[in-house]
Design a binder for this molecule. Sequence first.
Ligand code: ADP
Ligand code: MG
Length: 278
Amino acid sequence: MAQVLAIANQKGGVGKTTTSVNLACALARLDQRVLLVDLDPQGNATMGSGVDKRTLAATVYQVLIGEVPAREAIVSQTAAGYALLPANRELAGAELDLVELDSRETRLRDALAEVDTDFDLVIIDCPPSLSLLTLNGFCAASGVIIPMQCEYYALEGLSDLVNTVRKVHANFNRQLGVLGLLRVMFDPRVALSQQVSRQLEAHFGDKVFKTLVPRNVRLAEAPSHGLPGVLYDPQSKGAQAYLEFARELLARLASQSSAKPRASAAAPAAAVPDTPEH
Ligand code: ADP
Ligand code: MG
């Protein structure tokens, strides 16, 4: 059975897409069969995987509204080494269209169930909102990975996100929990980065992944070449960090599946303060 993970944070520009494409690529390099689902109408994960979002016959939008089965919309082999369920701006209409449909929260889960045995891991790049699209991502997933920048407002909004995970856990998906927080765009020379990073560790303990993804220009350049940073410049510090993160993630998933009971191992993180205390 594929393990489905949602990369989510309702803030824009915090590194969700960069994390999604590089994690997918790194996992593929570690011999995992990976599907990346682009669930953002901006289609950045699609372009960043080297697939032109303007020329697609079918996208995740047609899959969500039930026009096309997932298998038909999936680009099975991207240059990045994983399979992609792509998106483009059409997906912006899904919010409204889904409201009219039955089981509107679980459409992605139901569609992915049909390709479950084709993949070891499914990574979902969520949009920057706690919308019906993100809800579909959470209903399909067993774990949420939250990329965070270590800046003053990092914790703001985190309680809304964790509460949403809790509600989805209670109402729709007993498998769901926060798998972990990933510190991204980290700059060790900035004192505030260090300080916020320590606060995250103090509040969330083991939920904070050990791997720190540094701010690295190669990761930012890679999408214009239609490649994840992990392939564009494998020796760069950014690429190395995402490879390390992929290894850490696989180890965490392995230890979680051996821990019992399954639901409590994946339970949502504890209470979240609204802003860091200084
Ligand atoms: P989101 O998907 O949350 O909106 P993105 O992954 O698109 O965020 O990242 C926002 C911007 O920051 C992009 O221009 C991206 O290239 C850049 N970026 C993300 N992570 C890093 C990093 N570790 N180092 C440098 N730039 C980064
Ligand atoms: Mg994005």
